[in-house]
Design a protein around this ligand. Structure first.
Ligand code: MRU
Length: 404
């Protein structure tokens, strides 16, 4: 994707062949800055603090994190340690586990002396594969947009709504949910995108709006709560969102608020599509019930930050001091609300049959399909202060005392 006319990916290896470069997404849209990751700790920090975010990019960064670990210490114990600490960095996006398992499968059988080079090679390949998968998703999704356009008068705009950021910033390039939009725009289809701000971290308002703007795609930012109103008014032709983890039955876990959009879409007959590359499918989960939902820092709710008049970044409080907040980062949209899954192999119904129709090798080879994993339902982000939980507990205790 181009930024100010220059082609970028969201992650790349520096010319020194050792340092990994990423775009610092915590500074966008106010500042464009590139950060260097030089160690396993840097990669872990980048994922935890959301310098990089979005399921495919988290996976790609973790892959490079393993390479950086191998460059420093190619031992078996480091291989295990790197896998463990990166896996714990964020819990919901399954691409993280997928990428770490891919890296381990390549690195473990090798002699330590071979691991550094092999690590960088496999991480680079994972990035290239992600770009190819997303390009294919774009092409399949484009056909859906073309079909909608064919039913409208030529000069009419196609209005597509998206949530969070499932664009090129969330992947290595192209994006998932936005890939068909970019292709449609490039082929001359009159596209306009409704960008929901995506409280609390505003990935829509900050990141999606920014990258659509860089590509020249007309868009309008709305508050999350405006989505149902726009659908009811007939102002939305299609919804396209991404996924952090898709269960084997087509249930989809994505940024908090996705489920509400799907409900409103169903009520208003708006097609609701989820775009996902296959590393986002968790074949081990029969349905979305046991997908671990990240519980994020309550400060994301009680405060809001943005650019101040001095061009610095400031935070201001939104809630009264002492109000308890809860911040689940993701929700699960049941398959019955999803019109179709857009994958690199084509579009399919959100169902076990639909997914196996595109990935038949999974039906015969993987005996684990449908076996539930023992995972906790809600997981607190690593490194996040337990203030919110502590506040909740003390409120419950206060209430219990008052009732006693
Ligand atoms: O918390 P984030 O910003 O990592 O959440 C990202 C999303 O929810 C995206 O929609 C999802 O990862 C799909 S990205 C192609």
């Amino acid at each position: 994707m181009k930024i100010g006319g220059v082609a970028y990916r969201s992650i790349w290896l520096n010319a020194d062949g050792a340092t990994v470069e990423v775009i610092d997404q915590t500074l966008l849209p106010h500042r464009f800055a590139v950060r260097s990751l030089m160690s396993l700790a840097d990669a872990e920090h980048a994922i935890k603090t959301m310098i990089v975010r979005g399921a495919p990019l988290i996976g790609a960064t973790a892959a490079y994190g393993m390479s950086l670990a191998m460059a420093a210490d190619p031992s078996d114990s480091m291989l295990e340690e790197a896998h463990g600490c990166l896996l714990a960095a964020r819990p919901t996006a399954v691409n993280l586990r997928w990428a770490l398992d891919e890296m381990t499968a390549v690195l473990k059988p090798l002699a330590p002396a071979q691991r550094k080079q092999a690590g960088y090679q496999r991480a680079a390949a994972i990035c290239d594969e992600d770009v190819a998968l997303n390009r294919a998703i774009g092409e399949h999704g484009l056909k859906l947009i073309e079909a909608i356009a064919a039913k409208k008068p030529k000069d009419k705009t196609i209005n597509i709504m998206t949530h969070c950021n499932a664009g090129w910033l969330a992947t290595v390039d192209f994006g998932t949910a936005l890939a068909p939009i970019y292709l449609a725009h490039d082929t001359g289809i009159n596209i306009h995108v409704w960008v929901s701000e995506t409280r609390p971290r505003n990935q829509g308002a900050s990141l999606t709006a920014w990258e659509l703007g860089q590509h020249g795609v007309p868009h309008t930012v709305i508050v999350d709560n405006a989505a149902g109103h726009l659908m009811r008014n007939g102002d939305v032709d299609m919804i396209s969102v991404g996924s952090d983890r898709t269960a084997a039955n087509g249930d989809v876990c994505n940024k908090i608020g996705t489920y509400l959009k799907a409900l409103a879409a169903k009520d208003n007959d708006v097609p609701f599509y989820v775009a996902l590359p296959s590393p986002t499918i968790d074949w081990n989960l029969p349905d979305g019930k046991n997908i671990p939902i990240e519980e994020r820092n309550g400060l994301e709710i009680s405060q809001i930050s943005g650019r101040n008049k001095h061009h610095g970044i400031s935070s201001v409080a939104v809630t009264p001091q002492g109000s308890v907040v809860a911040n689940p980062g993701f929700d699960v949209t049941p398959a019955r609300l999803v019109t179709g899954l857009i994958t690199e192999r084509g579009v399919c119904p959100a169902s076990t049959e639909g997914l196996l129709g595109l990935y038949p090798e999974r039906a015969s080879n993987d005996a684990t399909i449908g076996k539930p994993l023992q995972v906790p339902r809600r997981i607190k982000s690593e490194g996040v202060p337990s203030r919110v939980e502590a506040e909740k507990i003390s409120t419950r205790r206060r209430r219990a005392r008052n009732l006693a």
